[in-house]
Design a protein around this ligand. Sequence first.
Ligand code: PDD
Length: 280
Amino acid sequence: RTVYVNGEYLPEDRATISVFDRGFLMADGVYEVVSVLGGKLIDFDGHMARLQRSLSELAIANPLSEAGYLDAHRRLLAENAITDGLVYLQVTRGNPGDRDFAYPSADTPPTVVMFTQSKPGLADAPAARTGWKVVSVEDLRWGRRDIKTVQLLYPSMAKMEAKARGADDAWLVEDGRVTEGTSNNAYIVKGGTIITRELGHDILHGITRAAVLRLAAEAQMKVEERSFTIAEAQAADEAFITSASAFVMPVVQIDGAAIGTGTPGPVAARLREIYLEESR
Ligand code: PDD
């Protein structure tokens, strides 16, 4: 694989970053994941806008223009012959040359890394026909989940707990209410209304979430942005999640309780279809 590091395109085994990189020592950096379907980048502008916001919140100067990122994405897709898959992009505060809690001077160049992952048939994942099982896990992440930092240890722990309990993912719960999945936004459907937590510092502002809510409104579906409990989710007609890599994925079981009929519901199926339709 060819990967991108600070302006260079290198074979992955020759790409290096410093041991003093703030991303490595302190998780001081942000990332984006853009899906690729049929060679096309999905919701690219939205992901670049969120990248800019994440960087601004952390006072990291954006080292590339959107056109620069687009060129790099396209070159990596071409060099790695990617048709379906994703591009991972990470920007960290760079290498101050030593370890220190205080930020280094503003002229320290950020470290930019990009690489591709090939996922043939990404849009036809068999899981979309069977749906995911999720379990609830306490949300112990920090308080600025709207910033897409590379600090992913707790979501990884929650994912491992879900797997150990025989599930596909965890829904994180804070003060008795669902925030989001380990790496996706969470939804339920009740009486035809799509319900998903309102935006704030406690969840990531999903780019797929924004696209799906816009498509739902265009299709005259009712949307309520508010939080919900696990009990309410278990009593819902349907549940699903959204993310750049899973698109719209039905959820059929929460903590062992079947949702609705225990099979993927019509609202999730329709949203998945219209989202993929528009993306292709
Ligand atoms: N995860 N919430 C969290 C905590 C996430 O990590 C993600 C994305 C989302 C969905 O956001 P979007 O629709 O913009 O992908 C919500 C990416 C896909 C990942 O970590 O791989």
